[in-house]
Structure formats: structure tokens, C-alpha cells
Design a protein around this ligand. Structure first.
Ligand code: HEC
Ligand code: HEC
Length: 163
């Protein structure tokens, strides 16, 4: 009886956790985090929030966060979880179909974002310490986090991570 009650409570708690926030793992502490530094501020608005999270999707569905055309996080490892801080000071260079470039630098959580856009398809690379990692295929979606999850979505191998 007691056991059954406890398991019902546990199921309820996990259902509530899934409902909280607009991304299912938005508030979960990271299981894998190679930098050992994590975001624990929930949905408190900050440029350092939810590293690895889907900034564009959450901001446009919740209606409260700033609208970005380009956003993502450069992680330290390709498998780091959402809410694990990435790497600061990395250059992210995005080249639009017309050759126009947008160059961004990752902040203290590894996040980068811009409300400016480029014509697509575009290519992207990350540059750090004279080393480069380039996306060989051109893409049309500027929401990096839509594909570069820890598991990898839409064919992406995992996170955008430091070269
Ligand atoms: C799960 C939802 C969610 C995710 C994911 C998310 N945000 Fe937010 N963000 C919010 C909400 C909600 C606000 C508005 C909060 C407020 O007004 O206090 C916000 C506000 C902000 C602000 C404004 C802060 C200010 O001073 O007004 C910045 C900057 C920001 N987010 C950056 C990012 C970046 C960069 C990412 C991705 C790496 C991101 N957010 C991911 C929900 C999210
Ligand atoms: C629609 C899915 C998709 C989106 C959106 C996307 N990527 Fe990628 N990315 C991929 C795939 C697939 C690969 C692996 C094949 C390749 O290199 O083209 C990749 C590879 C990369 C690599 C090379 C990884 C390595 O290990 O060398 C970098 C860097 C990268 N992407 C950066 C970005 C950035 C920055 C953005 C956002 C501006 C972005 N990507 C948006 C799918 C995507």
C-alpha cells in the first residue's frame, strides 16, 4: 500500500517536471558536464541561461525571451548535456549565401546569439586557439540547438564543440 502510494507520487512528480518549462530537459541538472559548471537559474532571463538549450524555440513559444535569428552554444565536449556551461571566447563565424558574414563570440556560458540574420543556405565554423571546426554541409536553419543536441538530431553528430 505504502509502496504503491510512493510510486504514484513519484510518477506525479516526474509528470510535473516534464510540464515545467517549455523544453522537456530545460530545468534538469546535466548528467554529463565536462566543464563541471552548470546553469541552475531555471528560466531567469540571462545571456548565460540554459547553455545548450533551444533558445530560439523556448523564447518564441513562451513569448517572453528576446527573439534571436541565430543562437546556440559551443560546448567543451560533443556529448555535454543541456545546462552544462560551454566554453567562452570562441569565435563562431556564419557565412550567408551571399558571402555576408556574421561573427559572434561565445560568452561566459559558451552561448552565442544574434538578432541579425544572413541569407540561407549558410555555412558555419567555430575557431579557437588557431584551430577550426567547420560544418561541411550548408544549412538553412540558423537555430543551431535544433540539431546540435547531446544526442544529435537531424543528422548532427552532437554538440557544436570547441575545436
Ligand atoms: C526553457 C526556456 C528557455 C530557454 C531554453 C532559453 N531561454 Fe532565455 N529566456 C527565457 C525566458 C522565459 C526569458 C524571460 C525571463 C524574464 O523576463 O525574466 C528569457 C530571457 C532571456 C534573455 C533576456 C535577459 C534580460 O535581461 O532581459 C536573454 C539574454 C536570454 N534569455 C538568452 C538565452 C540564450 C542565449 C539561450 C540559449 C542558450 C536561452 N536564453 C534559452 C526562457 C528560455
Ligand atoms: C539542420 C541541422 C543543423 C543545424 C540547424 C546546424 N547544424 Fe551544424 N551540423 C549539422 C550536421 C548534420 C553536421 C555534420 C556534417 C557536417 O559537418 O556538415 C554538422 C556539423 C557542424 C560542425 C562541425 C562539427 C565537427 O565535429 O567538426 C560545426 C562547427 C557546426 N555544425 C556548427 C553549427 C552552427 C554554429 C550552427 C548554427 C548557426 C549549426 N551548426 C546548425 C547539422 C546542423
Amino acid at each position: 500500500m505504502t509502496v504503491r502510494f510512493a510510486s504514484i507520487l513519484a510518477a506525479l512528480a516526474s509528470a510535473l517536471l516534464t510540464l515545467a518549462g517549455c523544453g522537456s530537459s530545460a530545468d534538469a541538472p546535466p548528467a554529463a558536464c565536462s566543464t563541471d559548471k552548470t546553469w541552475s537559474g531555471g528560466d531567469r532571463g540571462s545571456s548565460l541561461m540554459h547553455p545548450g538549450g533551444n533558445c530560439i524555440e523556448c523564447h518564441s513559444s513562451g513569448g517572453e525571451g528576446p527573439r534571436y535569428a541565430i543562437a546556440g552554444t559551443v560546448m567543451n565536449d560533443s556529448k555535454d548535456d543541456t545546462n552544462c556551461d560551454g566554453v567562452s571566447g570562441v569565435t563562431v563565424e556564419i557565412t550567408g549565401a551571399n558571402g555576408q558574414k556574421i561573427t559572434l563570440t561565445t560568452n561566459g556560458a559558451g552561448n552565442f546569439f544574434s538578432s541579425g540574420s544572413v541569407p540561407t543556405p549558410y555555412t558555419a565554423k567555430v575557431i579557437s586557439g588557431g584551430k577550426t571546426r567547420a560544418m561541411s554541409a550548408a544549412q538553412t536553419d540558423l537555430n543551431c540547438a535544433g540539431c546540435h543536441t547531446a544526442e544529435g538530431a537531424n543528422g548532427a553528430p552532437g554538440r557544436v564543440f570547441v575545436p
